[in-house]
Design a binder for this molecule. Structure first.
Ligand code: ADP
Length: 443
């Protein structure tokens, strides 16, 4: 059979959540594919995607670009290999979607119709995660992780199915149990810029987690702790969550200031418990935000709680001995305020600076946060990237939300708040314009 093996790479920022795979012209030719055709992607599991042509920089790199949902559906990570072949897709007569375990979703009365419109002409395989935008929130509102991941619990027929106007889409509110995939969580596509920072974190965290034998063979210790430092809102938390998600590691999060304000003895106990849970559920990532807040302040003579918490943290980290299966990622805006004892070898001995994004980074972040937004043709993200010098990721996220709110206010007079449903024709017409962004920028 005609098939190729390719290395998995992350999706372009605009592609996420759309069920697209990017292939270069040679591969298309070899597999007799045209853009728009459906392919099967076989990793540890098999899923399907619609083919688009890759940008020139990717030609002859033997890669296929797919998003985090598709990677979960094929059960592969970035850098791993998959087999690609043309799919025999049949029209779906029926598709049943349900939320994953522990997610609760309430669907409005037209939700099935809205979901169908979103996934029209897309391929679905039973057990796939199908990301859909919320219909209970406003349709403009989406930031990373806010698409609702639904699971295709049943398709008719089996195999690769194509959603058409004639497909009967059924939504169940009852979560489905026993599916390992959750679809939730941040993926590398949700991070704009930070290309080389992501690469370094992957080497420090993913590599020892996935292939501990490499480190033992070379006789070196995998890192125990990694310190991310840089201004607030630049994506440190996002990056830690993405690594955990992409390695399928359990994620434990500790807010520095919170743990300090506990009653006597409680902080240490809580730290101990988190480390024990993390060991039990390894591979794990323990994320400690605002690590500097647990450094004893020199001007503060008491600082007693901080001192005890630092001591406890050191004890826990020194005693880990999990060979890269539990990694502690600390984040701070003030690297100089982190207790030097925490930065010694075997502790937080790797550092990565997460800086303010440049213009290219800002454009990627803009693309990410406008992914689910209907943008008018007069909106130029290049232009906006140019105009937002000094903005960090969090600022750009606020900007896009504010622009969407401005757009919404334009349509408000047409919305009858006493009616239960907003007419679908109005929702279809809504767009965010250049003026909405200019207005948001000038505030
Ligand atoms: P930090 O931990 O560095 O203070 P966060 O990771 O919590 O910052 O970022 C806050 C929010 O800002 C994120 O949830 C995300 O929506 C947005 N954001 C920040 N940095 C980026 C980025 N590089 N790419 C995309 N979104 C970002």
């Amino acid at each position: 059979m005609n098939e190729v093996q390719l290395e998995v790479a992350k999706a372009y920022p605009n592609d996420s959540g759309r069920g697209i795979a990017r292939l270069d012209p040679d591969t298309l030719l070899h597999l007799k594919l045209s853009p728009g055709d459906i392919i099967e992607i076989e990793g540890a599991e098999t899923t399907a995607a619609k083919v688009w042509r890759a940008d020139r920089q990717d030609w002859n790199t033997d890669t296929v670009r797919v998003d985090g949902f598709t990677r979960q559906n094929a059960d592969v990570g970035i850098g791993e290999r998959v087999t690609i072949r043309k799919a025999e897709a049949e029209k779906a007569d029926k598709l049943v979607l349900a939320p994953p375990e522990e997610a609760s979703v309430q669907f409005g009365s037209d939700a099935a119709g809205m979901v169908k419109r979103q996934i029209l002409k897309r391929p679905v395989v039973e057990r796939d995660i199908v990301p859909v935008m919320s219909s209970t929130n406003h349709p403009f509102m989406r930031s990373p992780g806010q698409a609702i991941p639904l699971i295709a619990v049943e398709t008719e027929p089996d195999g690769v199915c194509l959603i058409t106007e004639d497909t009967e889409v059924e939504l169940r509110e009852e979560p489905i149990s026993g599916f390992e995939k959750t679809g939730g969580g941040i993926t590398y596509e949700d991070i704009g810029g930070l290309q080389s920072e992501i690469q370094r974190v992957r080497e420090m965290v993913e590599l020892p987690m996935k292939h501990p034998q490499i480190f033992s063979k070379l006789g070196i210790e995998p890192p125990q702790g990694v310190l991310l430092h840089g201004p607030p809102g630049t994506g440190k938390t996002l990056l830690a969550k993405a690594v955990a998600n992409e390695t399928s590691a359990s994620f434990f999060s500790i807010a520095g200031p919170e743990i300090i304000s506990k009653y006597y003895g409680e902080s240490e106990q809580q730290l101990r418990e988190i480390f024990e849970d993390a060991k039990e559920e390894s591979p794990s990532i323990i994320f400690i935000d605002e690590l500097d807040s647990i450094a004893p302040k020199r001007e503060d003579v008491t600082g007693e709680v901080e001192r005890r918490v630092v001591a406890q943290l050191l004890t826990m980290m020194d005693g880990l001995e999990t060979r890269g299966q539990v990694i502690v990622i600390g984040a701070t805006n003030r690297v100089d305020s982190v207790d030097p004892a925490l930065r010694r070898p075997g502790r937080f001995d790797r550092e990565i600076e997460i800086g303010v994004p440049d213009e290219v980074g800002r454009k990627e972040i803009l693309q990410i946060h406008t992914r689910g937004m209907p943008l008018s043709d007069d909106v130029s993200l290049d232009h906006l990237a140019d105009e937002t010098h000094g903005f960090v990721g969090a600022d750009i996220e606020s900007l896009t939300k504010e622009a969407a709110m401005k757009a919404l206010r334009r349509y408000l007079p047409e919305i009858d708040l006493d009616e239960e449903e907003v007419p679908p024709s109005l929702i279809d017409r809504m767009i965010v314009k250049r003026d909405d962004f200019s207005g948001a920028l000038n505030e």
